[in-house]
Design a protein around this ligand. Structure first.
Ligand code: C2E
Ligand code: MG
Ligand code: MG
Length: 448
């Protein structure tokens, strides 16, 4: 087999940033949980000592919530922990402000000030999600703050906290709220600065032509190369050859995947045009990965049309690989675009089949020409009878639906042999060649 070409792994600079960010979120959640636990226990003990059992119970609930937030953070469930901390804190703060910390003529309410800190946290925690969630939660918290700030002074409930305690609480609450606000602001600033630096680095890489497409062979049952998958690499002087796992998430988060994906599409078509001039390569198909965000662009079909038209290649040689995630958001929109691409003559392939929540109905109703069996299934087929049954069934499914099935991640001869026996006709994996530079791929195709 040919020399491995894709061995140089980048140091994963953006991956490192992502890890740093995760660690920061983890520490922040632990700190929030700890503050909730200690405040809840401290005040709970105080109110129990004064015989104010309702207030003590609420304080203990805050402490319990703090423990839950810390456990969730430790279990590496930051999103669940953030939701728990935010929703729990919001409900408890509203309860506290409405029934326990009630403004009197002598002492104003102060607990509601924490709703401002919570709003800032929510805006940052949900910054990568939908605008309605990011701003919706903030608006709800700010409205709650305004309502408590404007609420008329009234006679407190019998179980409300007494004025003498609340008088001390004013300064404790305000000092804690201001300190928390500043800490959250600082953390958010650091986070945003790193996010921007990464976006800038990606943008510079694109404008300085530091992105490259590598090509991994796809072979038939005889081992003849029938096509290739274009796989993106970022070649950086300092970081080395960076693989998609280390920058794709950041490219998606910053929206940079859109110009980058457009470049990939154009570059792949340019490569196909290049191959057309070479008898050893002109029959090859080329597969390009398209992310869900890319497909969601209103002009995606037009971009594909332009890339094909400008390069003058046969649209039938271009395959667009989509994962099931494209169908999650706006299924009708995705289906419409897929039909338009199919009508153009472009082949569609369902990538990583079996890795997600693929439903058979997708395959039946959508114009896929191909499905790729995920490496998760092909990896264990030789030793695991269960995995082998799954691949056999998937291959049968492909035959029933009349679509090509390609097995990904083939590394060993016995995997190739077993899948061949099962009727698989298309393969991709290190056994046939790693992703390689365009020149190495061309050389390999010309070799006798
Ligand atoms: P994918 O589309 O499923 O690509 C297959 C991945 O498996 C590639 O990793 C490839 O190098 C690796 N691979 C192939 N054969 C073997 C094998 O025998 N053993 C093992 N262990 N791995 C094998 P790569 O290049 O790091 O790409 C990872 C993912 O990044 C791709 O998964 C794809 O989802 C995404 N990606 C790559 N290029 C692009 C691109 O241009 N645009 C978009 N949107 N996504 C891309
Ligand atoms: Mg792929
Ligand atoms: Mg795949």
């Amino acid at each position: 087999m040919d020399a491995p070409v894709d061995n140089a792994h980048g140091v994963g600079w953006s991956g490192m940033m992502e890890r740093r960010r995760r660690r920061r979120v983890f520490h922040l959640l632990l700190a929030i949980g700890l503050v909730m636990l200690s405040l809840g226990l401290g005040w709970g003990a105080f109110f129990a000592w004064r015989g104010a059992w309702t207030v003590a119970a609420v304080e203990l609930a805050i402490a319990a919530l703090g423990v839950a937030v810390m456990v969730m953070a430790r279990l590496r469930r930051p999103r669940a922990a953030s939701w728990l901390a935010l929703v729990g804190m919001a409900v408890l703060l509203c309860f506290f402000s409405a029934f326990l910390d009630v403004s009197t003529d002598a002492v104003p309410r102060t607990s509601h000030v924490f709703l401002l800190v919570l709003a800032l946290c929510a805006h940052h925690v949900f910054r990568d999600t939908h605008a309605w969630l990011r701003y919706g939660v903030v608006v709800v918290l700010l409205v709650a703050f305004a309502v408590f700030a404007a609420a008329p002074v009234r006679a407190p409930y019998p179980f409300a906290i007494a004025d003498d305690v609340r008088r001390v609480g004013i300064w404790v609450n305000l000092a804690t709220a201001v300190a928390s606000f500043l800490i959250v602001l600082r953390l958010a600033e650091t986070d945003i600065a790193e996010h921007r630096a990464l976006h800038r680095a990606l943008r510079d890489a694109l404008s300085h032509r530091r992105f490259e497409l590598f090509y991994q062979p796809q072979v038939d049952a005889q081992g003849h190369v029938v096509g290739a998958e274009a796989l993106l690499r970022w070649r950086d002087a300092r970081r080395g050859l960076v693989r998609p796992a280390d920058f794709m998430q950041a490219a998606e988060d910053t929206g940079f995947i859109l110009p980058l994906g457009q470049w990939v599409l154009q570059e792949a078509c340019r490569q196909l045009a290049d191959w057309r001039a070479d008898p050893a390569l002109r029959h090859l198909r080329l597969s390009v990965n398209v992310s869900a965000l890319q497909l969601r662009q209103p002009d995606f079909v037009q971009q594909a049309e332009e890339a094909v038209a400008r390069s003058g290649v046969d649209a039938g040689l271009l395959t667009l690989e989509l994962t099931e995630s494209v169908l999650v958001h706006d299924m009708d929109d995705a289906v419409g675009k897929m039909r338009a691409l199919h009508a153009m003559g472009v082949r569609l392939s369902l990538d990583d089949f079996g890795a997600g929540y693929a439903s058979l109905s997708y395959l039946r109703e959508l114009p896929f020409a191909e499905m790729k069996i995920d490496r998760a299934f092909t990896r264990g087929i030789v030793r695991d009878a269960h995995a082998a049954t799954i691949t056999r069934n998937l291959l049968q499914l492909g035959r029933d639906l009349g679509i090509d099935v390609i097995a990904e991640g083939i590394e060993q001869d016995d995997q190739f042999a077993l899948l061949g026996e099962q009727g698989c006709r298309l393969f991709q994996g290190y056994l046939f060649g790693r992703p390689m530079e365009a020149a190495a791929f061309r050389q390999r195709m010309r070799a006798p």
